[in-house]
Design a protein around this ligand. Structure first.
Ligand code: AP5
Length: 220
């Protein structure tokens, strides 16, 4: 299976993508996580991406596509792959089609997560992140057992630098102008695009997602 998780910032792509990959033993390629790791490692890619990310803008397509290609080429041919936060522009979608073809894969479906802006802003304001374990919490909806500390590693939780309210508003605008057109692109394409109501508790969203995935698996 090769799937894309599409949707605005804060809708739950990362949360649900991690649950799906755990359930199916698939690989999640989350471009935001890869870029944050590159920043922590202070690699050249991390240095180049920093300014764009802090401003809530998209990192240039060529950097993103090269990073995704490298990840994909390192995977076994039969690995299930879930793209989270990629593609985000039409150029990235077209590049993904080429990379999949070159690596002998094909896209099976797109899951579009949706929720109103006020829900997204509230979720993002409560998000806390453990850089070492990669776990994501929410002070309103999914708090850690001990305030401010990761349950798995005990490391202090941090607020993402691009989760400030003014940057979040800008990220939502960037989503609308650059990424939302992909909905029509995939609706008109050869594989199913399944809409998932992300404005429910995490378990209900997970149930709908797994239901959609089972349908895609039986279609394939
Ligand atoms: P990225 O990290 O991809 O951020 P994003 O797409 O803006 O998505 P988020 O991580 O904000 O949200 P999410 O949908 O994963 O929600 P989550 O599950 O965390 O990108 C960051 C930046 O990197 C971009 O701005 C750009 O600069 C750059 N970048 C990345 N990819 C790029 C690309 N392809 N091209 C160019 N640039 C790129 O959930 C949010 C919170 O809500 C969490 O706290 C969670 O616990 C909670 N939550 C989740 N589900 C629920 C629920 N059902 N009920 C209650 N709370 C919930």
């Amino acid at each position: 299976m090769v799937l894309i998780l599409l949707g605005p910032p804060g809708v739950g792509k990362g949360t649900q993508g991690a649950l799906l990959c755990e359930e199916r033993d698939w690989t999640r390629i989350a471009t935001g996580d890869l870029l944050r790791a590159a920043r922590r490692e202070e690699s050249e890619l991390g240095r180049k991406a920093q300014e764009y990310m802090d401003a809530g803008n998209l990192v240039p397509d060529e950097l993103i596509v090269a990073m995704v290609r490298e990840r994909l080429e390192a995977l076994p041919d039969d690995a299930g792959v879930v793209f989270d936060g990629f593609p985000r522009t039409l150029a990235q979608a077209e590049a993904l089609e080429r990379v999949l073809e070159e690596t002998g894969r094909a896209l099976d479906g797109v899951l579009l997560f949706e929720a109103p802006d006020e829900v997204l802003v509230r979720r993002i304001s409560g998000r806390r992140h453990a850089p070492g374990s990669g776990r994501v919490y929410n002070v309103h909806f999914d708090p850690p057992e001990t305030d401010g500390v990761c349950d798995e590693t005990g490391e202090p939780l941090v607020h993402r630098s691009d989760d400030r309210p003014e940057t979040v508003r800008h990220r939502l605008e960037v989503y609308r102008s650059s990424t939302a057109p992909l909905v029509q692109h995939y609706e008109e394409g050869p594989v199913p695009l399944v809409r998932i109501d992300g404005d429910r508790d995490m378990k209900s969203v997970k149930r709908s997602m797994l239901h959609a995935v089972e349908h895609l698996e039986s279609d394939g």
